[in-house]
Design a protein around this ligand. Sequence first.
Ligand code: NAD
Length: 354
Amino acid sequence: MSTFDKTILVTGGAGFIGSHVIRLFVNKYPNYKIVNGDALTYAGNLENLKDVQDKPNYAFAKIDITDEAGVEQLFNQYHFDAVIHLAAESHVDRSILDPLAFVKTNVLGTAILLNACRKHWAGNHEGKLFYHVSTDEVYGSLGETGFFTEETPYDPHSPYSASKAASDHFVMAYHDTYGLPVVMSNCSNNYGSHHFPEKLIPLMINNIKNNKPLPVYGKGENVRDWLFVEDHARAIDTIFHNGKLGASYNVGGFNEWKNIDLVHLLCSIMDKKLGRAAGESAKLITYVKDRAGHDLRYAIDATKLNKELGWSPSLQFEEGLEKTVDWYLSNEEWINHVTSGDYQKYYDAQYEKR
Ligand code: NAD
């Protein structure tokens, strides 16, 4: 018999957002056993969790969610009460190069996890929960005005967002068809520490530091909403404990930025941090051919989460960005480790040859 109140599988816990969710849950809930189930792809890094790895309520299990037998074995070993599902292929540019990898992990992997829950929780849904973490990209693109709400019809454009949309539909189908206790959230772009440096903000910080070109797609006019990753982890905590079964919640920062304005802001923060003359880092900005199918604008309306469950972002963007820059500047070893090997090959193919 477990001495813990709950045993929770967090998939993708070695990734960017997952590691923040694990850190929050392991520290805040010593009465929960948190099992980090991760395949450790190029994006998964156990160094992200060095500070919690020895806690008695934390365990790591190397598991590929597309391996049905492996997932079954893990469920037999731990008898999970809940799953917080973050494991995914998550990078849009990679999805354009290799869409099937996204179908496999994001669609098939999610269905395998849902099926394991359906089987292991059959006849007793008391205290059980499958929490699916998704993205606002499933809603497609907005024009100059308007916001995505939970009622916005799905209209994904990239292989990444299409695979996430399909996984969202499977989650709701398992709720509607089998009564599986599920909840879901769709979040805007996250930023913060431990973010793999293929994504916009860490890529720019790293390149500014190393005096490398700053690749900006098209004219940099695309608009994204940005949320500090620790605020997303807090939202996941709130929804996990208080969300309505079968509901979805939009999570966002009420914080829209054009890519080019964001890059300029980062350049000015970095000029100060590195003791460079004002405007020095911005000289590195290089416009590159736009991404195929690039959505113009995402903007999230997170009113439901705020009104029903009382969550709101805690940090102003400039403050969060400065914290993020400080983390990257003082964690050079982390960056060196993750930018070697496979990532370096991918990076070279993507950016250096343009
Ligand atoms: P990430 O790429 O940093 O991490 C993904 C993790 O999943 C990695 O640790 C990787 O090893 C693991 N993984 C990948 N394939 C796997 C498989 N087949 N089996 C087991 N583990 C596997 O991603 P992230 O940015 O932390 O995103 C986490 C989740 O949040 C994803 O579902 C993503 O769609 C969603 N999301 C991300 C953002 C964002 O801004 N990053 C915004 C909204 C939603």
